[in-house]
Design a protein around this ligand. Structure first.
Ligand code: UGA
Length: 446
């Protein structure tokens, strides 16, 4: 098929690369000319394991092309994916102006009936608004046909995006049009061969499904984090509880790891957008409001632990931070717990020495003044970051942090304190190396 993908961000690029890999011809469009120029040279603007190889092979094979503008050459696509950003507006709503802008351009440009797919996460009703814009423009141009708008939300996880796309657990197609459904099923068939994983439903239900999936996962995390805080008070190890409840298949082992809060570009934004949708209909969502509040509180957990250890003396301390991205496998620092801790430590006058396998440059760019005055230092070696540190705060569970050299760590640090924001260490093991270990909902070692 001939496909156009508009928006070369995370979702757009992964979508484009994976469809090209299956033999489709995919034209990618992005208004950011630098981004397009880099892609034309074979460089990926996003960090995602496996993406660069896919982009290069398919570009060389002529199946993947990159364009700075939606030109007439792209007017004959079978399917056009809209994968532009839907950033949060000040009131928490998702700003869909980029989607509507693209719809208006497509309405002028497309010369034959196409399937226009809303891939971006967008509030319930967005696909219908896109349909209305396209219908109006078709009418104005005196065309006797309609485009068909489908909602097809994306469920990929950063760091595992290619695998998620290639082996999806489900494909959600929001459409009431039988022809559009048939074409979309055909497009996705190679990804779900022999498995009935395509769920077709009305567009509004597809849009809602995306928000409910993310907010439900966020609810699991905030729930276990709340439980962890009670565990701390009751002298119970939350890790025991996690294993105990996860064994029940109705609960499951996923997304019940207590930690220093969820971040990223999806969960925080999607909760706020759903709360906004509820407010627009004069209703409250107390559970989701609490999920968000719990997460805010959770992001303050590392600082609370540091204050517990050092109190007012924290100002004169040096804190090493391991893990700056919101989760392993990505350089994305949006809404990452590291941001909250670094902000607080810098404000308190504490010295911060940080390490992340890939997100260091992004943090350096976010704090130019602190880097310039030397209060925030970024290192390319995790052990160098520990030199003379009064505590280590582990905020992202990169695999390389799992089994570090504790003896060396204890030698390098001024004080052996670990604030384990992802419950990576066995308190008994680190305790044996002389560390004071503070985990989320874990028992201190006597
Ligand atoms: C999330 C969803 O998992 C994807 O299904 C969805 O497609 C995507 O949002 C999106 O809407 O685009 P992502 O934001 O990449 O994916 O990251 P997750 O792996 O879901 O992790 C989110 C956060 O939850 C991370 O900060 C992680 O550290 C935290 N987390 C996760 C916990 O604190 N505890 C857990 O048990 C699991």
């Amino acid at each position: 098929m001939q496909i156009t993908v508009i928006g070369c961000g995370y979702v757009g690029l992964v979508t484009a690369a994976c469809f090209a890999e299956m033999g489709n011809r995919v034209a990618c469009v992005d208004a950011d000319e630098e981004r397009i120029a880099a892609l034309q040279r074979g460089m990926s603007p996003i960090y995602e394991p496996g993406i660069e190889g896919l982009l290069q092979t398919n570009r060389r094979a002529g199946r993947l092309t990159f364009h700075p503008q939606l030109g007439p050459g792209l007017s004959h696509s079978d399917i056009v994916f809209i994968a532009v950003g839907t950033p949060p507006a000040l009131d928490g709503s998702a700003d869909i102006s980029q989607i509507l802008g693209v719809a208006a351009q497509l309405g002028v440009l497309l010369d034959s009936p196409s399937i226009v797919v809303c891939k971006s996460t967008a509030p319930v009703g967005t696909a219908c608004r896109v349909q209305a814009i396209l219908d109006q423009l078709c009418q104005r141009r005196g065309l006797g046909w309609q485009h068909r708008v489908v909602s097809n939300p994306e469920f990929l996880k950063e760091g595992a995006a290619i695998d998620d796309f290639m082996r999806p657990d489900r494909i959600i197609l929001g459409t009431e049009d039988a022809d559009a459904e048939r074409t979309m099923r055909q497009l996705y068939e190679p990804f779900v061969r022999n498995h009935d994983r395509i769920l077709c439903m009305p567009r509004r239900a597809a849009e809602m499904t995306k928000y409910v999936a993310n907010t439900f996962l966020a609810t699991k995390i905030s729930f276990i984090n709340e439980v962890a805080s009670l565990c701390e008070l009751l002298g119970v190890d939350v890790e025991e509880v996690r294993k105990g409840i996860g064994a029940d298949p109705r609960i499951g082992h996923h997304f019940i790891y207590a930690g220093c809060g969820y971040g990223g570009s999806c969960f925080p934004k999607d909760i706020r957008a759903l709360l906004h949708m509820a407010r627009e209909h004069d209703t409250e969502l107390p559970i989701l409001t609490a999920v968000e509040q719990r997460n805010q509180a959770q992001k303050g957990w590392p600082l609370r632990m540091l204050r517990k250890v050092y109190g007012e003396r924290l100002a004169g301390c040096t804190v090493a931070v391991w893990g700056l991205s919101f989760k392993p496998g990505t350089d994305d620092i949006r809404d990452a717990p590291s941001r909250e801790l670094i902000d607080e430590l810098l404000a308190a006058g504490t010295m911060v020495k940080a390490f992340d396998p890939v997100a260091g440059d992004n943090i350096a760019r976010a704090y130019p003044a602190a880097v310039a005055r030397g209060q925030l230092q970024l290192f390319s070696d995790p052990y160098v970051a520990l030199n003379q540190a009064d505590a280590l705060a582990l905020l992202t569970e990169w695999k390389q942090f799992r089994q570090p050299d504790f003896a060396l760590m204890a030698q390098l640090m001024r004080a052996p304190v670990i604030i384990d924001g992802r419950n990576q260490y066995d308190p008994a093991v680190v305790g044996a190396h002389g560390f004071r270990h503070l985990g989320v909902g874990r028992l201190p070692v006597d």
